[in-house]
Structure formats: C-alpha cells, structure tokens
Design a protein around this ligand. Sequence first.
Ligand code: SF4
Length: 515
Amino acid sequence: MQRLSRPSRGSPAAWPGNIAFQRPWAVRFWTESRIWIIVPPFAMPKVFIKTYGCQMNERDSEQVAQMLLARGYELTPHEGDADVVLLNTCSVRDMAEQKAIGKMGMLGNLRKQKPELVFGFLGCMAQSRWAELTRDMEHVDLVVGTQKFHRVADYVDEIFRRKHRLKNEARMDDERFSIVDVGQEGESQGTIRDHVLEERQATAFVSIMQGCNMHCTFCIVPYTRGEERARRIEEIVAEVRGLVARGVKEVTLLGQIVNLYGRHEFPAVDGKSPFVQLLEAVHEVEGLDRIRFTSPHPIGYKEDLINAFTCLPKLVEHVHLPLQSGSDRILKAMHRTYTAAKYLRLVEKIRAAHPGIAITTDVIVGFPGETEEDYAATRALVEQVGFDNAFIFRYSKRKDTPAAEMEGQLDESVKEARNQDLLAVVDAAARRKHAELVGRNVEILCEGRSRTNPKRLTGRTRTNKIVVFEGNERHIGQIFDVRVTRSTGFTLYGDPAVLNEGQGSRNESVAELAR
Ligand code: SF4
C-alpha cells in the first residue's frame, strides 16, 4: 500500500482526516497516485429480507437485494445473523399484514443483543399504514413505500452509518432516527430492472408495469400501488435479453393487470394491443424458450391475445383467468366488468382456439352480501369450467376499500364453510387434470431441487404443473421431456430416464443430461 496523505482537492468535505466512512463498512484511503483502495475493516453487513405476498413483491425484493449486494452487503437466510432486517409486506389480506407485524414485533427482541440492528418495513403495508407502523413499533428505523424500492439501499446505508457512528461514540440511546419515504415517484415502474440470479437459474420475473386503475371494490392494490404506469417495450426487451445472456430460458411478465399493459401510454398497432406488441417483441429474443404472464384481468383477453397463443410458440399453454365470483350480482358489487355468462364464453373461446390449454383462476368467497344462492352460482360455474387449479380466498375486509363499508358482512364461519366446500370442488377437478397426464410425456423446465425433498428435482410443464423426479445436477436449468409415472393430486412424478432409450433428438439431449 502506498503512503497515505490527505488529498489536496476533490475529496468529500466530510472526511475525518484521511479516512472517509462513505459506506458504513468501507474505509477509503487516498494514495499519492490517487487510487482509491477500499479495505473492509470488519465483516460485511448481512441483510435478511423476508417477502410476503405475490410475485410482484418477490420481484421488488429481488431489486432491493441486488442493490444492497452491489454495495457490498451480504444476504443471509438467518434473521439471527443479520445486521439489517427488511420485511417486504403485502396488504391484500389482513392475515398477511398481521403476519408481518407479528414478525417485526418478535424480531424487535434482537435489538437487545445488537442495538445497532436496522429494521425496515417495505412495500404495500408500509405504503398504506406507515403512520401507525412508525408510531407503534419503536424499533422500526425505515419505512419505504411501493414506488421507492430503488431508494432502500441509500436509506439503509444512511441509517447503518449513523448507528455505527453513535455506537462508536457510545451514544446508542441518542434520539430516535428513522426514515419514512412513501411518496410518489415518476417513472418508478422503470426502477425494478436488476436481478439476482442463482447458478443455473433458468426462470425470472420481469416487471413490466406498476399500479392498477380498475378499482375492484374489495382490492387495496390501487391504493397501495397507485395508477397504472407501463415501462417501454424496448426497456423490457433489453432486460429479457440480459437475462437470457445469463442463462434464463423462461420469463414471467409481471403486472397488477398485466394484459392491459400500456393501454394509457401506447397505441394499438394493426389491431394489436400494447400487451400483444410486447409479447411479440419479447418472443423475438433469441435463446428465450418460454413466456408466461401474471396477473391478468378477463377483460384483457381480446382476440389479439387469444391469437397470440397460436402465433407465438414461446407463449406457454396456460392462462390465469381470475373469476372472483360466479354471481352477476356479486360481480357487479365487486366492480368486475363482466358477467358469469361472458366469462364462460371467454373460457369456451380460449379452449376452442387452444384445446388442452390450462386455465386457472382466483375466487373470493364470502364477499359482503353473498347469499347461499350467489355462492351456489359460483360453485356451479367453478364445477362447469373444471379449472386446472384455483386460489380460493375468504373475503378479507381491507381498510378504505368500498367493500369494507358495504352492508351484509358475513361471519367468518360462513366464509370458512364456503371456502372448504369450494376447495373440494377445485381439488376434484385438479386431480382429474393431473391424473390425465399419467403415462404421457411432458416437456418440463427443470427449476432445481424440490423444496420438500432436496434429493429430488422439480420442473414445471408448459401448462404450469409441477413435476418431481429423480435427476442429477445437470438437469437443472434444462428443458426436456419426462414420462409422468404417477400423480398425487397437485404434484406429478416423472422419470426422465425412461426417455433415454433412443427416442429421437430431444431424448438424446436428455440422455446427455442424465450422464
Ligand atoms: S384488477 Fe386486480 S389489482 Fe386491480 S383492483 Fe382489481 S383485483 Fe385489484
């Protein structure tokens, strides 16, 4: 190392002598040859990030993680080891909020052993309940809303630096210092664009828009995520290209109302919506094998999008079609802009255009005023469609939404009974759909080790069904066929080895993988 001397010019005014704590952990020296040398004087700070809720939240957390990694922080899966604890929250259901509040309350005990620990709430609940969170949870240092994820690393740095300075001065009891940023940010939709990829990771989420203008009466999202704002197609395509260059084979395009992407910003061209234009542009990316998208709205499935499933072979054979209710009266009260009959016609149209395509849905039971008759209409429609899978939610009252103020709020026991009943209907259909695949060959993209049994690998079919199989490391990140040998309802079990016995070029590549 060179001899150290104080710089004569161009250095930050705040430098204490020739050492600057520009980052909380990094000591920067100025040498005569004017080279910056960064010497970490102690282990890198560790960050624990827990994410509640949907894929959009997972994607936002990934962006935060990437920014912190770029500054030298390490990620840890263990909250006990962490120097920074961030909870990225969900507001869609009361239970998700309670879980995050409970977790943060419990984590507050860690402060006793480590007073300089940084605690932060991010995301939807931070956006909607920041005032009470900062008032009621004294140990929370940081609250960052849904349009400010890109500022989290700056804020963590700032709090971390301040806490360490106070610690060094033995003044941890100093007045409380916290940062709250829940403001709006123009162009925030373009700030979720960096990725943290694991080795051989073949799937990635790509955020294409933020916000929602639909104002379904039960939904808090328009209040927490704001107005619809779309990224430009070129930006999204560049991100996908970058992912493919890093080994990604499948992208899932994300948005609160994904298939209405860009409707306020970009014109239709040749009868194609901005979303279909985007699909076509992403489809052009060489090396990309599969495209998915979530979460859509039924009104966004127009002819152009239905045709895209035929014209764009990378678009997988799976549509998510949130139903919410099978009763027109309840659909109207929910401010869903379709009827049960229109929904059924759409299902028929999609199935006629693409036989075998998988259809999944979301349903809310126990919406205010839902009678037995309304519920029976939902049940009948769910039975008639025979969904490949469905997420059934008990209606959860969300503060400041119109439905929260509606008359006819139902007892939890009624919601629970309808929930269990509908789950049984969904389960029966899903089991049938899965059982139909036993004995058949299906194409899967192997995503890695099974969470429940790490000795096995897991992959996803184009129709979004999970297949577990005995494989080896070389399968991870690859696309190949497996023979489905059995089904246990929602999981298929497969055998890639069956295909190794001289079955054409694709199977040769499987043989190669199995070696
Ligand atoms: S379309 Fe989806 S995100 Fe938008 S308000 Fe309705 S349920 Fe919420």
